[in-house]
Design a protein around this ligand. Structure first.
Ligand code: ZN
Length: 97
């Protein structure tokens, strides 16, 4: 069984990739999205909740700074529904909970 935090890392990475590909027409990640992803993964590494954490979007302690919080919300709002086509089982539970 994959660790929860690894799963979340994969979901985050995938979401930013989908967002960038569709919105910025970028083959790989553009600089802005790369920076956002690095930031998000870094926050995840330092998450107080560790293995007991819930999904970031439902986390009570908002550890993102304002700017990145706005960005990641947009990414999740955009990629979330599209993730269903990529990784049905993994994601639906998170998004609909
Ligand atoms: Zn981008």
């Amino acid at each position: 069984m994959m660790r929860k935090i690894d799963k979340e890392r994969r979901i985050l990475t995938l979401m930013v990739r989908i967002y960038c590909r569709k919105k910025h027409r970028s083959q790989d990640l553009c600089d802005e999205c790369q920076a956002l992803l690095s930031y998000a993964l870094n926050r995840l590494d330092h998450c107080h909740y560790g293995e007991n954490k819930g999904f970031c979007s439902q986390c009570p302690s908002h550890c993102y700074n304002k700017e990145n919080q706005v960005k990641i919300r947009e990414v999740m709002g955009f990629s979330g529904p599209r993730m269903i086509f990529y990784h049905p089982v993994m994601v639906i539970r998170h998004l609909l909970s």
